[in-house]
Design a protein around this ligand. Structure first.
Ligand SMILES: NC(=O)c1ccc[n+]([C@@H]2O[C@H](COP(=O)([O-])OP(=O)(O)OC[C@H]3O[C@@H](n4cnc5c(N)ncnc54)[C@H](O)[C@@H]3O)[C@@H](O)[C@H]2O)c1
Ligand SMILES: O=P(O)(O)OC[C@H](O)CO
Length: 339
């Protein structure tokens, strides 16, 4: 059935998802915070900074007016960077007049509080202003979804009916959505893979080969699962789309901003300059800090995260960080415990 959907966030992912929703026959409005960009969407049906060469459907309307965007919406999709989610959710709650399903497609942990995004949304949006919160996540680069490349991701909610609603909203012949009821697992897998992608990029930038890539992805998944399970996730979620699936795509694709940032770090560029030139959000940088602090609080061993934290925040040389990981206490692979 045709639904009215508001997309909050007019960057790469918001624009690609809005395009898919229009192609699925829904009535879609996208809200952004840059006038020139919203004008471009409305007048030229493009969003060239984020998705060069992609023609957007004329039926996709952009607005700077949040209240107008969400008026009568059946569903509202939050797709702003993690650091902006609380602020946008509070603005939403202040003007929301109905009770839409709240979906989010962002990937990160909130700085300072270390909270998952669905927790931040639940704190800012009172239950009388929304239905369930559903997480949309998995291996998916906007650049590929926007050109209808085959993609599979997950809609996660504790309430299966809400996950199924989001599944039916987005699914089509190139975009297949699975449901999942492990919200903690889906969100932690999504957030933490960005840290490992920074590391995989750095190894590439330093000239390491495929063995190193396999090593960081496999041992990265071990520590993602360790923290995720300690937070309450189902271990099996990490062998699914938002676990190993997203890890594969983010650690191997040139589209990945996190991988590209890591690659440049490995080649000796400075972090500030890398972030400035990317022109898009690199979530892994702030998530590394949040995950490192959370792991310290919870007493969870995350050596790769710690190494990347040291490179990003303690000025440790990448080569030294790798040597420290390789020469730490020798372990059994079977030491992997979920508790
Ligand atoms: N790009 C992808 O392929 C992709 C895929 C899956 C998930 N994600 C996740 O989606 C989230 C958004 O990523 P993106 O790629 O669209 O980022 P982006 O950098 O391409 O765009 C972010 C957008 O958010 C807007 N924004 C920032 N702060 C805002 C605020 N306070 N109020 C209103 N708008 C604000 C920016 O103006 C920009 O339009 C991230 O958490 C990312 O990890 C991205
Ligand atoms: O470009 P990245 O590194 O933010 O990754 C985007 C998506 O999360 C990939 O699934």
């Amino acid at each position: 059935m045709k639904q009215k959907v508001a997309v909050l966030g007019a960057g790469s992912w918001g624009t690609a998802l809005a395009k898919t929703l229009v192609e699925n026959g829904h009535d879609v409005m996208i809200w952004g915070n840059h006038e020139k960009q919203i004008d471009e969407i409305n007048e030229h049906h493009t969003n060239t900074h984020y998705l060069p060469d992609v023609k957007l459907p004329e039926a996709l309307k952009g607005t700077l007016d949040l209240a107008a965007c969400i008026a009568d919406a059946d569903a509202v999709l939050f797709v702003v960077p993690t650091k902006a989610t609380r602020e946008v959710a509070a603005k939403f709650a202040a003007v929301c007049q109905n009770k839409p399903v709240v979906i989010h497609a962002s990937k990160g942990l909130e700085k300072d509080t270390h909270k998952r995004i669905s927790v931040v949304l639940a704190e800012e949006i009172p239950a009388d202003k929304r239905q369930d919160i559903v997480v949309l996540s998995g291996p998916s680069h906007a650049e590929e979804v926007a050109v209808r490349d085959v993609t599979t991701i997950t809609a996660a909610s504790e309430n299966l009916a809400s996950a199924e609603y989001v599944q039916s909203l987005f699914s089509n012949e190139y975009f297949r959505i699975y449901t999942n009821q492990d919200v903690i697992g889906v969100e932690t897998g999504a957030a933490l893979k960005n840290i490992i992608a920074l590391g995989a990029g750095a190894l590439h930038g330093l000239g390491f080969g495929d063995n190193a890539k396999a090593a960081i992805m496999t041992r990265g998944l071990a520590e993602i699962s360790r923290l995720g399970v300690a937070m309450g996730a189902d271990p099996l979620t990490f062998i699914g789309l938002s676990g190993v699936g997203d890890l594969i795509v983010t650690c191997t694709s040139v589209h990945s901003r996190n991988w590209r940032a890591g690659d440049l770090l490995g080649k000796g560029h400075k972090l500030d300059g890398i972030l400035e030139n990317m022109g898009m959000i690199v979530e892994g940088v702030s998530t590394t800090r949040a995950a490192y602090e959370l792991a310290q609080e919870m007493g969870i061993e995350m050596p790769i995260t710690q190494a990347i934290y040291d490179v990003l925040y303690n000025d440790v040389d990448v080569d030294d960080a790798i040597r420290a990981i390789m020469l730490r206490d020798y372990k059994s692979e079977q030491e992997f415990t979920f508790n």
